[in-house]
Design a protein around this ligand. Structure first.
Ligand SMILES: [Zn+2]
Ligand SMILES: [Zn+2]
Length: 334
């Protein structure tokens, strides 16, 4: 997999999801939520490399570990800290940062960029360590678009989910890649070599000529002969929401064919009423969603503490009956 996931936290305790996307040129790092003790499972060096931190919502079990993230990154100067979340994100992050004393960092040019997502707008604000995070600098407002973030390597989109408040569900889609076909090299009696890198470089024009052995080709001709498109990988992270039968098709279309769905299943199937009352999913509902969306793998997380005397395998067994490619995070099996 080029998208690598690590579920942080333990069964029946707070969880978070750490994701690395390796584009071949660069590793992009994402953290989804920040429950108690979850950030401590990453090294300080790893925390300092995270490009984007996404909050699904601000219930305590999704933000209780945020101070550890702040501690690792308040003075980061290698790149800005990007934080994304639903309505109130700007105020939550501003007040959290302002709950500490910062009288010794006025020389530190660290920048925190906060993105607040509502169904209407995406509001971006900058906070600066050099000002003790005390000023909110408006960066911009744009109309809401479900693709909240897009680079040459990936697209990150969201859905609003119901949890008595609006919660963000996330899908990370790697873009299709161009690879050199080994079979085409053999078929055309062409050698391996540095010239192949030029074919994958979008900055190199099709008309440029390349000498390969004794022959001269245009880049465009070689691209047609040798490049093959490889579909991108996809991972989704959905947590803390009520199952809405009326939205199942919409969710399934959005997640269709994803390689990995990391999904909450706070309750066992028998406790469906409790799940409804608390706006959470049961194991069978998570499995039903995975099945409808035809994802390749489902990983169950975020089990209620009420089951702490049970084995996590119980959740897996229930999900497997509906969706056999269900899994527990590494190390959770008893
Ligand atoms: Zn919640
Ligand atoms: Zn939760």
């Amino acid at each position: 997999m080029r998208i690598e996931k690590t579920v942080l936290g333990k069964p029946f305790a707070d969880n978070a999801l750490y994701v690395r996307l390796n584009s071949g040129q660069k590793i992009h790092r994402f953290l989804f939520d920040c429950g108690e003790g979850t950030c401590n499972e990453l090294s300080i060096g790893e925390l300092q490399k995270i490009d984007h931190l996404f909050f699904s919502h601000f219930h305590l079990d999704h933000i209780a570990g945020f101070d550890h993230f702040i501690r690792a990154n308040y003075n980061r100067i290698t790149k800005p800290v990007h934080i994304w979340g639903p309505k109130t994100t700007t105020e939550v992050i501003f007040h959290r940062l302002n709950s500490f004393t910062w009288n010794l960092i006025d020389e530190v040019p660290s920048r925190w960029i906060i993105h607040e997502i509502t169904p209407q707008k995406i509001l971006t604000t900058e906070l600066r360590a050099s000002e003790a995070f005390a000023q909110k600098h408006p960066v911009g407002v744009r109309d809401f678009n479900s693709t909240i973030l897009e680079t040459a390597d990936y697209r990150l989109s969201i859905r609003f989910l119901e949890h008595r408040i609006k919660v963000l569900g996330f899908k990370l889609q790697e873009k299709a890649r161009l690879n050199i076909s080994k079979a085409a090299l053999i078929r055309n009696s062409l050698p391996e070599g540095h010239y192949l890198e030029k074919l994958k470089d979008p900055k190199v024009d099709n008309d440029q000529q390349l000498k390969v052995g004794d022959q001269i080709f245009t880049v465009g001709h070689l691209r047609k002969l040798l490049l093959e498109k490889q579909p991108g990988e996809c991972l989704a992270y959905l947590t803390d929401f009520i199952f809405q039968e009326s939205r199942l098709k919409e969710w399934a279309d959005w997640l269709n064919g994803c390689d990995e769905l990391v999904c909450e299943s706070q309750y066992l199937s028998n406790d469906r009423e409790l799940a409804r009352e608390n706006f959470h999913l049961t194991t069978d509902q998570a499995a039903k969603l995975a099945k409808e969306a035809k994802v390749k793998s489902l990983t169950l997380i975020h089990f209620s503490r009420r089951y702490q005397n049970e084995k996590p395998d119980l959740f897996l067994e229930e999900a497997n009956k509906i969706f056999p490619a269900s899994h527990l995070p590494e190390g959770w099996n008893s």
